[in-house]
Design a protein. Structure first.
Length: 137
């Protein structure tokens, strides 16, 4: 478990150092949990005339566009030394031609880790600190 945590902190440090490049090249942002997220807008030129296509055809075309975006992002992360350290957490359709893509650390779900850290452990530390202050005085 400690090895996974160490690798996670290395992942987070590497992603944080590449934050500017991720924003410029991919329009992606990095959150405190070490996740990379962005909304991918599929150009209407790629889809063509939407009224002449079925919804399933539009979804298939959009899926290929999102997959190509992920491949390019993966190549970038591989050049940063993060081979096999990332995985897709979520791909969610948010609009007709927009998809939310969330990429994160592969060995465990960093979202759950940070939720436990901030909503369970941090309040316990704060409460125990307050109690120890009252016991001292």
């Amino acid at each position: 478990m400690f090895k996974k945590l160490k690798l996670f902190w290395d992942w987070k440090k590497s992603i944080k150092s590449k934050k500017f490049e991720l924003d410029q090249k991919f329009g992606a942002r990095v959150d405190n949990a070490g996740r990379i997220y962005t909304v991918i807008n599929v150009p209407e030129e790629i889809v063509g005339e939407a009224y002449s296509l079925k919804k399933s055809d539009i979804d298939r075309i959009s899926e290929n566009f999102v997959r190509q975006y992920y491949v390019e992002l993966g190549k970038f992360l591989n050049t940063c030394g993060q081979q096999e350290m990332f995985d897709v957490y979520q791909i969610k359709k948010v609009d007709k031609y927009s998809y939310l893509l969330v990429v994160g650390y592969k060995l465990f779900d960093s979202t759950k880790y940070y939720n436990r850290l901030y909503y369970v452990i941090t309040p316990i530390v704060i409460i125990s600190s307050i109690i120890s202050l009252f016991l001292i005085f």
